[in-house]
Design a protein around this ligand. Structure first.
Ligand SMILES: Cc1cc2nc3c(=O)[nH]c(=O)nc-3n(C[C@H](O)[C@H](O)[C@H](O)COP(=O)(O)O)c2cc1C
Length: 326
């Protein structure tokens, strides 16, 4: 009854001591014994691999660079890992074959520059006028569904595109969404992540700091605003020959462009909410079919303010608190 099963080696050399013990005590059937005799060396190997992997991981976790990385993350917990500026990292990556050799870039001619020159009085007046305009800018979270001319949106984006950028790489992509279905999908992604942000990721202090602004994870304006502008930073460029091009200081460059966009919106009487939806970048990038070199930096719902819109009564720091003349 307990004879060796077919196809299983019966030589003692093929039977592990563990299996042999069962064989001799006759407690298990022949199929199980055969299985164990085959699997025991495999299990031992898997166990060794797991132990080795755990050992390597524990050593790796203690390296100075990993401690530094952990310290950096701890000290800037509010920075979405997706959007951190990684210019230094890119410079190191730049050494690979995939990257464009700087000598391949063409020289460009230089042309005379003529600036507008105003009398000093006019300068003072214009500076006051511009300050008055921008001092009225507010983050408005109640946006009207009223349509806005598409040409205005194109023009404010053209204006944003006048921003300076590291080595004139212009590392920005402005995705303008007006399709209601797409806006709704964006809202679903943002609200789902924002609920986790508010409940878990942001921590008590951050949530308390936001309480006065009366914000939460419900974002009606993502459905209601006639346009959503999603601003992506291009972490590197891709040339027609598929080589990669370093985009120096891409995050700073795109942030400057975003500031100019806010000013341009204010100039035409439109409002927005400057938002940086935490942890939504990868999902929104895939939804909008943007390439892997692009990372979401900001999401701006854009429109007229709703007639019943209110804003928190905030004060801005006076000049003496924000300037140091030396
Ligand atoms: C980088 C950045 C991220 C922001 N993220 C959000 C956000 O996720 N949700 C929101 O309602 N407001 C957000 N705001 C808007 C600020 O709350 C707002 O600018 C601030 O309260 C000052 O108000 P004001 O814009 O009306 O001057 C953000 C602003 C900045 C600059």
């Amino acid at each position: 009854m307990c004879g060796p099963p077919p196809n299983v080696p019966t030589h003692p050399a093929y039977v592990s001591p563990l299996v042999h013990c069962y064989v001799t005590s006759g407690q298990v059937g022949p199929t199980v014994m055969a299985l164990l005799s085959v699997l025991t060396p495999v299990l031992a190997l898997v166990l060794c691999l797991v132990l080795g992997y755990m050992l390597v991981k524990s050593k790796d976790a203690e390296t100075p660079s990993s401690r530094l990385k952990a310290a950096k993350v701890d000290s800037r917990p509010w920075v979405d890992q997706e959007v951190q500026d990684d210019t230094e990292l890119e410079q190191r990556e730049d050494e690979g074959d995939d990257w464009v050799d700087r000598s391949e870039e063409q020289d460009i001619p230089h042309v005379p520059y003529s600036a507008m020159r105003y009398p000093e009085e006019t300068m003072v007046e214009r500076s006051k006028e511009f300050y008055r305009l921008l001092n009225q800018r507010r983050t408005v979270r109640l946006i009207s569904p009223e349509p806005v001319p598409r040409e205005v949106i194109d023009n404010v984006i053209l204006t944003a595109g006048t921003a300076p950028s590291g080595a004139h790489t212009e590392p920005w992509t402005f995705v303008v969404v007006s399709d209601p279905e797409m806006k709704h999908q964006i809202r679903q992604i943002v609200e789902e992540e924002e609920e986790v942000n508010y409940r878990q990721r942001m921590g008590d202090k951050w949530v308390k700091d936001l309480a006065k602004l009366r914000t939460n994870w419900i974002k009606d304006y993502l459905d209601v605003a006639p346009y959503l502008i999603l601003i992506f930073k291009q972490t590197y460029g891709i040339l027609p020959n598929n080589k990669k091009k370093t985009h120096y200081y891409n995050e700073i460059s795109v942030s400057i462009a975003s500031g100019i966009l806010l000013a341009a919106l204010q100039n035409v009487g439109l409002v927005t909410v400057t938002s940086t939806p935490l942890n939504c970048g990868p999902q929104l990038r895939l939804l909008l079919k943007r390439p892997a070199n692009e990372k979401l930096l900001m999401l701006l719902p854009v429109g007229y303010p709703a007639p019943d819109a209110t804003v928190p009564e905030l004060e801005r720091k006076p000049l003496e608190d924000i300037v140091v003349h030396i």
